[in-house]
Design a protein around this ligand. Structure first.
Ligand code: PEP
Ligand code: MG
Length: 747
C-alpha cells in the first residue's frame, strides 16, 4: 500500500512539474494545477486559497466549485475551515465538513454538496502563504498517505508561489517578492536613505523542487549530510573546551546532523518525488512552524539550531555559499536578522542604511551604525524573509520605518523628505564654525562622543570642540582577542593626532552589563546592569586597567591627557582608581617614558549615589561628566535596553530635572567642571533644557551637533527658564508640553 502510494505521489508531482513548465500565464497554471490534483486524488473539488493581505485569504483557483467565486470569495484568517487551517497552520481532515466546528457556508461557491474536506497549509519556512483544499461528495476521512501527498504538493506550490510562478495577467496576486511592503521597527540611528537591498546572509533559492530520480537525490542528500557532519566536527574541534556556549550549540548541531529521524523523514520525501533540497526545506519549514508555537526558550533555541543547520545543508546542496556571486549594489542597504559590530565595521561606510530584524537600540552594532552615521532600524520583523537582493528599499530612520519595493507615491514623499534633511544639513554646515551662543549670550561648548577610528573624520566635519567621551571599550568589543598594549598605544596616538590639540576625554574600559567581551569568561549575573561592570571590573582586575592607562600615557607622549572613570558609585572608587593612575605614572617615569604635559582625571556620574558624595569628592575630582543613559535608568529604575519601559520616563520630567539641577549646583559651589554626555545631550530640545538649568558643556554623537547648535543659537535661555519654572509651579509632571508649545509659538 505504502509502495503504491509513494509511486502515486511521485506520479502526481511529475504531472505537476509538467503543468508548471511552459510559457503559461499564472492563472492558467493555477487552473491546471487544481484540475490535476483533483483528478489524481480522485476528488471532485480542489481549490487553492492564497493570502491577499496579511489576514485575508482569497479563492484563487478551483476545480469543482463555482468558477464565478474565483477571486470573489474571501475569508479572514481563522474564518471557516479554510481560515482555520491558515491560522493554526495545521491540517483539517473531516468526513462531514458542514457539521465540523468552525465551518462557514459560502453560498457563492456551491460547496454545500461536498461532505469530506481536507485542507493543508501552503507554507514556506514558517511563512503561511495560503491553503490547499480537496473536497468530495462521499463522506470519508482522508487516509494518512493522502494527507501526506497533499502536504507535499502544498510545499511545491509554496515554492512556486515564492518563485512567482503564478504571476501575470488576470492572476489574483503578484509574487510576494514583487509587492510593496512596509516594516515598522525602532529607530537605531536617525537619517533617511534610499538604495537597494543587500542581504547579509542571502537566502538559498531552491529552483528544483521536484525530482524524478529518487536514488540519485538520496545519494546527493547523504553526501551533503556527510559533508555537514565533517564540518560540524571540525568546528567542535576548533571551539575546544573553553567556550561552553558555543560548544553546546555545536553539540546540538552534531546531534541533529546524526539524527536518524531527520534523515529518514527527508529520504521519505525524496522517495515521494521531492528533490534533496526540497526535502531539507520541508523539514526546515516544519521546524520554523513549531518554533512559532513553542514558548520554552531551550526548545526554541534547539529549533533555531536546526534551522541554521538546514541552511548550511541547503548551501552545500545548492552550491550557494554565503557568497552567491551576487554583486553588491552601488547603494547598498544592509538587511539582516542581526549583525555583530565587527562585521558591520567591515562593510564600513559603503552602506547607505541598515535594517535589522532583531538587534536593539543599545547594541554594539547600533553604536557602530551611529558612529558611521548610517540610518538604522531594528526590530523590523520579517524583513529578511521578504526582501531579496537588489530590491528597491527606503529607510526612514526618523520614524523607524522601512519601505520595501515602495510604490510611486511613497517614493515621491520619501525623496522630498531626503531633500529636506539634506537642506537642514546644509544649514548646519553653514554654522559649523560658529559658537553655540544663545540669544541671551550664554556659550555652550559642544563636544562629540566617539569610540572608533571611523569617528575621527567627524571631529573636523561636525564642528565639535573636542571629544567629550571616547568609549574605549568599542575597540575591545570589535576584536576576537584582547588587544595588545602596543596596539592600544598606536590607536590612542592616532586619536590624539586626529584631534590636533583638541581635548579628548578617554573613558577607561566600560565592560560588563550588556558589553561582554567575546574573549572574556562571561559572568552569570542575575542583573548585569547592576553587576560587575565598568570601574568595578577595573578595580578588581587592575591588570587590564593598568595596561590601558600605560597605553594612554605612552600615546600622549608628552601631550595633555584626559582620563575618565566610568560608573563610579562612591568616592572611594574614584580615589582608588586615581591611586592606580598615580602609581602607573610613577612606573612609566621610571621606565623612561615621557609623561603627559598635563593630566586631568574625571569621573562619570551615572549612579544617583555619586550626586550625594561628600564635598571633598567634588573638590578632588578634576571634572565630572553625567552619563545620562545610565543615570536615568537608575533614577527611574527603568532598564535602558527594555523598549517597554525605556520610553515611559521623560528626561524632561520635573523630578529628574531637579535632580540634575542639584548636581549643577554642587559643582558650581566647588567649581567642578561639569558636562553631560548621554544620548539626551544630542536631542535638541533636551539639550536646550539642559543648558537652561546650567549645563555649559554637552557631548553627543557628531550628527547631532548641527541640530543642537542651531536650536541653541535661536534660544533665549532666560525666557526658557521662566517657561520651565511656570510648568513646575503648575505641578506638571514633565516640562516638555510647555516647552514644545513655547517653541511652536516662536516659529
Ligand atoms: C551613559 O551612560 O550615558 C554613557 C554615556 O555611557 P554608555 O552609554 O556608554 O553606558
Ligand atoms: Mg554609561
Amino acid at each position: 500500500m505504502a509502495e503504491r502510494q509513494e509511486t502515486g505521489s511521485r506520479k502526481l508531482l511529475g504531472r505537476l512539474r509538467d503543468a508548471m513548465a511552459g510559457n503559461v500565464e499564472g492563472q492558467a497554471r493555477l487552473d491546471r494545477i487544481t484540475h490535476l490534483i483533483a483528478d489524481s486524488m480522485g476528488c471532485e473539488v480542489c481549490s487553492i486559497y492564497l493570502f491577499r493581505d496579511e489576514d485575508t485569504l482569497e479563492l484563487c483557483a478551483t476545480e469543482g466549485l463555482n468558477q464565478d467565486a474565483v477571486h470573489e470569495t474571501r475569508m479572514k484568517l481563522g474564518e471557516g475551515l479554510v481560515g482555520m487551517v491558515a491560522r493554526r497552520r495545521r491540517v483539517v481532515n473531516t468526513a462531514d465538513a458542514p457539521q465540523t466546528k468552525g465551518f462557514r457556508y459560502m453560498p457563492e461557491t456551491g460547496e454545500e454538496v461536498f461532505s469530506s474536506f481536507l485542507g493543508v497549509p501552503i507554507q514556506r519556512l514558517g511563512d503561511a502563504l495560503g491553503v490547499l483544499v480537496v473536497q468530495s461528495r462521499t463522506a470519508r476521512e482522508f487516509l494518512p498517505d493522502e494527507v501526506y501527498a497533499l502536504e507535499v504538493v502544498a510545499m511545491v506550490l509554496a515554492e512556486m508561489t515564492e518563485l512567482g510562478a503564478f504571476v501575470g495577467e488576470g492572476a489574483a496576486m503578484s509574487a510576494r517578492h514583487l509587492q510593496p511592503a512596509m516594516y515598522r521597527g525602532t529607530v537605531g540611528q536617525e537619517g533617511a536613505a534610499e538604495g537597494h537591498v543587500w542581504l547579509h546572509e542571502p537566502r538559498v533559492v531552491v529552483t528544483n523542487v521536484i525530482a524524478d530520480d529518487p536514488v540519485r537525490e538520496s545519494e546527493r542528500l547523504r553526501e551533503a549530510v556527510e559533508q555537514l557532519r565533517v564540518g560540524v566536527d571540525k568546528m567542535l574541534e576548533i571551539a575546544g573546551n573553553h567556550d561552553k556556549d558555543q560548544q553546546q550549540v555545536l553539540e546540538a548541531y552534531r546531534m541533529f546532523a546524526n539524527s536518524k529521524g531527520w534523515m529518514r523523514r527527508m529520504e521519505e520525501d525524496i522517495s515521494n518525488g521531492l528533490s534533496a533540497e526540497a526535502s531539507v526545506e520541508k523539514e526546515q519549514s516544519l521546524a520554523r512552524a513549531r518554533m512559532g508555537q513553542v514558548s520554552d526558550n531551550y526548545l526554541r533555541e534547539r529549533l533555531s539550531d536546526l534551522d541554521d543547520l538546514s541552511n548550511r545543508l541547503l548551501r552545500i546542496l545548492t552550491g550557494q555559499g554565503a557568497d552567491t556571486g551576487a554583486e553588491m549594489p552601488a547603494d547598498p542597504i544592509l538587511v539582516a536578522r542581526n549583525i555583530g559590530p565587527a562585521e558591520l565595521l567591515e562593510y564600513g561606510r559603503s552602506l547607505k542604511g541598515i535594517v535589522l530584524e532583531e538587534g536593539s537600540v543599545g547594541s554594539h552594532a547600533a553604536i557602530v551604525a551611529r558612529a558611521l552615521a548610517i540610518p538604522l532600524i531594528v526590530h523590523a520583523s520579517r524583513v529578511t524573509t521578504e526582501a531579496l537582493n537588489g530590491d528597491h528599499i527606503m529607510v526612514d530612520g526618523e520614524q523607524g520605518i522601512a519601505h520595501l519595493r515602495p510604490d510611486d507615491t511613497v517614493v515621491t514623499a520619501f525623496r522630498d523628505k531626503i531633500a529636506m534633511l539634506a537642506a537642514a544639513q546644509e544649514r548646519y554646515t553653514s554654522i559649523r564654525d560658529k559658537p553655540a551662543q544663545t540669544r541671551n549670550g550664554a556659550v555652550v561648548s559642544l563636544h562629540m562622543n566617539a569610540g572608533l577610528m571611523a569617528d575621527l573624520p567627524s571631529l573636523v566635519n561636525s564642528g565639535a570642540e573636542g571629544v567629550g567621551l571616547f568609549r574605549t571599550e568599542l575597540q575591545f568589543l570589535v576584536r576576537n582577542q584582547m588587544p595588545r598594549r602596543s596596539e592600544l598605544v598606536a590607536l590612542y596616538a592616532r586619536v590624539l593626532d586626529a584631534a590636533q590639540g583638541r581635548r579628548v576625554v578617554f573613558r577607561t574600559l566600560d565592560i560588563g552589563s550588556d558589553k561582554v567581551l567575546p574573549y572574556m569568561k562571561p559572568n552569570d549575573e542575575p542583573n548585569p546592569a547592576l553587576g560587575w561592570r565598568a570601574i568595578r571590573v577595573g578595580l578588581d582586575k587592575p591588570g587590564i586597567m593598568r595596561m590601558q592607562l600605560q597605553a594612554l600615557i605612552r600615546a600622549a607622549n608628552g601631550r595633555p591627557l584626559t582620563v575618565m572613570f566610568p560608573f563610579v558609585a562612591q568616592f572611594e572608587e574614584y580615589r582608588e582608581a586615581r591611586r592606580l593612575m598615580d602609581k602607573t605614572m610613577a612606573a612609566e617615569k621610571r621606565l623612561g617614558h615621557v609623561l603627559p604635559e598635563s593630566l586631568e582625571i574625571g569621573a562619570m556620574l551615572e549612579t544617583p549615589s555619586l550626586a550625594f558624595a561628600p564635598v571633598k569628592f567634588f573638590e578632588e575630582v578634576d571634572f565630572l561628566s553625567i552619563g545620562g543613559n545610565d543615570l536615568k535608568q537608575f533614577f527611574f529604575a527603568a532598564d535602558r535596553e527594555n523598549e517597554r519601559v525605556r520610553r515611559r520616563y521623560d528626561t524632561l520630567n520635573v523630578s529628574f530635572l531637579s535632580f540634575l539641577e542639584g548636581i549643577v549646583e554642587r559643582c558650581g559651589l566647588t567649581k567642578t567642571p561639569l558636562s553631560f554626555c548621554g544620548e539626551d545631550a544630542g536631542r535638541p530640545v533636551e539639550a536646550m533644557c539642559l543648558a537652561a538649568i546650567g549645563f555649559r558643556s554637552l557631548s553627543m554623537r557628531p550628527a547631532s551637533i548641527g541640530p543642537v547648535k542651531s536650536l541653541l543659537r535661536r534660544t533665549d535661555l532666560d525666557k526658557l527658564r521662566k517657561i520651565i519654572a511656570d510648568a513646575r509651579h503648575r505641578g506638571e509632571m514633565s516640562v516638555r508640553p510647555s516647552v514644545m508649545e513655547w517653541l511652536r509659538q516662536q516659529s
